[in-house]
Ligand binder design. Structure first.
Ligand code: TPD
Ligand code: ZN
Length: 248
């Protein structure tokens, strides 16, 4: 039992991911539809960051943003990445009524209306907005295939390559209804700076495409090759939070 102090340094009340228990979400009629605009000319490069790959975007302008929905102000697109599992049985970070999905897409944005930079934004409770999109097994996803076709250029840790003209909107489902709650980064430093926006409709990925994700290496060129077989964080306690829904 740790020694408790007046300042409880073990208190982390808004960690992510969580199980979204749909019978306990609260429909909130004040939640607006999401405004999402992504310019394909914003995409810049594909990077192997060791625990996954990021598609990174130019974020020194407001050409690719998300606003409205649960948000105040506008948030600039920064990067997107995926989480996956060692098999198709799990891999998503958010879980819906106890059901895991084989993967999850995170589209990361920062509050450019309020903060001067991404690095500043991550220090604040309203600094980031991440759109989470669940993936389910189906036919191959042509937009994800475009990314997979370049993974061999970033096979090892810290490798990067130019990656332009990605139309992020084509990765989104038609239905933009969402669940939203206040949470955290799901990787270190687990900062509690994220407004999560989890879309209620899943998109498709094929089992073969997920197999290619698992072939990415977490090791650098000079090390013994080790694959990133899985990179999803376990669900965290909901604590005193309520998940709101944009739909009944
Ligand atoms: N899985 S997730 O969407 O919750 C993310 C994890 C990391 C993200 S980041 O690219 O924004 N880096 C965050 C930081 C790096 C260094 C200081 S803060 S987003
Ligand atoms: Zn993520």
């Amino acid at each position: 039992m740790g020694v408790s102090t007046s300042r409880n340094e073990h208190c982390r009340p808004r960690q992510s991911p969580i199980n979204i228990y749909t019978k306990k979400v609260r429909y909130d009629s004040s939640l607006r539809p999401l405004y999402i605009y992504y310019d394909p000319k914003s995409s810049r490069r594909l990077v192997n960051v060791g625990h996954c790959f990021n598609v990174e975007f130019e974020d020194n302008n407001d050409k690719s943003v998300v606003s409205d929905g649960p948000l105040t102000g506008y948030y600039r697109l920064r990067q997107l990445h995926f989480h996956w599992g060692s098999s198709d049985q799990d891999g998503s970070e958010h879980v819906i009524d106890g059901q895991t999905y084989p993967a999850e897409l995170h589209i990361v944005h920062w509050n450019a209306q309020k903060y001067p930079s991404f690095d500043e934004a991550v220090k604040h409770p309203d600094g980031l907005a991440v759109i989470g999109v669940l993936l389910k097994i189906g036919e191959a996803n042509p937009v994800i295939q475009n990314i997979i076709n370049n993974l061999d250029k970033v096979k090892t840790k810290n490798k990067e390559c130019p990656f332009t003209q990605l139309d992020v909107s084509s990765l989104l489902p038609n239905d933009r209804n969402y669940w939203t709650y206040q949470g955290s980064l799901t990787t270190p430093p687990y900062s509690e700076c994220v407004t999560w926006i989890v879309l209620q409709e899943a998109i498709l990925i094929s089992s073969e495409q997920l197999f290619h994700f698992r072939g990415l290496l977490c090791t650098s060129e000079s090390e013994k090759p080790t694959c990133i077989l899985e990179n999803h964080r376990p669900i965290q306690p909901l604590e005193a939070r309520v998940v709101r829904s944009s739909s009944k």
